[in-house]
Design a protein around this ligand. Structure first.
Ligand code: FAD
Length: 402
């Protein structure tokens, strides 16, 4: 094996290249990235990058010398637009193509856009998106944030820090419902309200109105909110369109590229990692696709280990998922899976104190640990999730003094 191509120059793409070099691979590595930038970190984009306080926040994942030391053939500003599976050739949008012995698909996801072309309606995925929102924060007095998933919730928090009035609109009954069980999620509604956010739950957006530029947002409960700025956090869509017709199978259940537990796709020699990859996780049953920063790095490393080990000698990828979010100066952390859960119990602290650790269970097993402002305690329970642990055994591990 002399050549590896990586489609996607984000967190997963970078870690794929680094893991290859760390393992001693000295062949050619081609990295194809649609954005003009070297790999950068997205988490700051909805947090300190937006608040505009202090020096501009740097988001590069590696400094120049560290990146150059990887000795990659980097094609930035180039989109992979087709995969010819038999030759493992990736066709780029400038008419060139890259052929490799192995290909890692790390094309991530893009923001789902609301159905409007009005100016002043933003999404947040790229550094350019974040610059546009940050600029808008300096002139707007109010922002309507549509969707209280983690990006919407963080934008609401950053907008308050920047001094804007914030209306947060969410169709579900609590914020963060896609990742956090509603029984615990209620506290996150209060978190926003504590900070003066006008939270509208259980209502959808029926339309954006204005002449050229947004002037108001209409809601399903009949209300209309006047605003010149909207940020939509409507979730992300995995970037798989370029793989159409390639034989790489997609995961209907979760979206994304369907992998086996060794990160292999249906096409021999083609692997996937990061936000774009779905795979069967032994401990949770069914397919899992994680849009988590830590997973992008860990899955890339696992992919490389399996790719170098060759078929039949790999290691199944069974991480303890980890996700964090920063809102109003408070850290929310989630280990494992928080939804669906049939049992939720706060084992340290309390929702009223805005400081707690909650266990989440399903079918008699511990499946997740969720914490607010409780970093050391949350991390202490990680080992309970790295092996099957019954709900009762998990509760027995909780020390009342800790
Ligand atoms: C605003 C924001 C805040 C976040 N905050 C957190 C957080 O607090 N905690 C957390 O755990 N996670 C967070 N995340 C999620 C985290 O950033 C992602 O899980 C991570 O970026 C995934 O990395 P990736 O490399 O798989 O995909 P991406 O980061 O999406 O990178 C994929 C790259 O591939 C490129 N690409 C796509 N299609 C093609 C193509 N056809 N050809 C070539 N290149 C292509 C894309 O342009 C992109 O540059 C956040 C995400 C966003 C957007």
């Amino acid at each position: 094996m002399r050549d590896v191509a990586i489609a996607g120059a984000g967190m997963a793409g970078l870690h794929t290249a680094e893991s290859l070099r760390e393992a001693g691979f000295d062949g050619r590595i081609t990295m194809i990235g649609e954005e003009e930038h070297r790999p950068y970190s997205r988490p700051p984009l909805s947090k300190e990058f937006l608040t505009g306080k202090g020096a501009p926040v740097g988001v590069a994942l590696r400094d120049g010398p560290s990146f150059e030391a990887l000795d990659l053939d980097v094609r930035l500003g180039r989109r992979a637009q087709r995969l010819r599976p038999r030759e493992r050739a990736v066709e780029l949008d400038d008419g060139s193509s890259v052929t490799a012995d192995r290909l890692v698909v790390a094309t991530g996801a893009r923001a789902r856009r609301p159905d409007t072309a009005l100016d002043g309606v933003h999404v947040l995925r790229t550094v350019e998106d974040a610059e546009a929102v940050r600029d808008a924060f300096t002139t707007a007095e109010r922002v309507v944030v549509v969707g209280a998933g983690f990006i919407g919730a963080e934008v609401a928090s950053s907008a308050r820090a920047a001094g804007l009035d914030v209306v947060l609109v969410e169709a579900a009954a609590t914020p963060l419902t896609r990742v956090i069980d509603p029984r615990v999620g209620g506290v996150f509604t209060e978190l926003h309200r504590d900070q003066g956010v006008d939270v509208r739950l259980g209502v959808g957006v029926t339309g954006f109105e204005g002449r050229g530029r947004v002037e108001r947002v209409r809601l399903s409960d009949g209300d209309a909110i006047e605003t010149s700025l909207v940020v939509a956090g409507l979730g992300a869509l995995p970037n798989t369109d370029w793989l159409e017709g390639s034989g790489v199978e997609l995961a209907a259940e979760t979206g994304g590229v369907l992998c086996d537990e060794y990160c292999r796709t249906a096409v021999p020699g083609v692997y996937a990692a990061g936000d774009v990859a779905a795979w069967p996780h032994r401990r949770y049953g069914g397919l899992v696709r994680l849009e988590h920063w830590t997973n992008a790095g860990e899955q890339a490393a696992a992919t490389v280990a399996n790719l170098l080990a060759g078929d039949g000698t790999g290691t199944p990828y069974t991480p303890v998922p980890y996700f964090w979010s920063d809102q109003y100066g408070m850290k929310i952390q989630l280990l494992g899976q928080a939804a669906p859960a049939d049992t939720a119990e706060i084992v340290h602290g309390s929702a009223e104190d805005r400081k707690f650790v909650a266990f989440l269970g399903r079918a008699g097993m511990l499946v997740g640990v969720l914490g607010l402002r409780s970093t050391p305690k949350v991390m202490r329970y990680r080992r309970l999730l790295s092996e099957p642990t019954t709900w009762q055994d998990a509760l027995a591990e909780v020390s009342p003094r800790s």
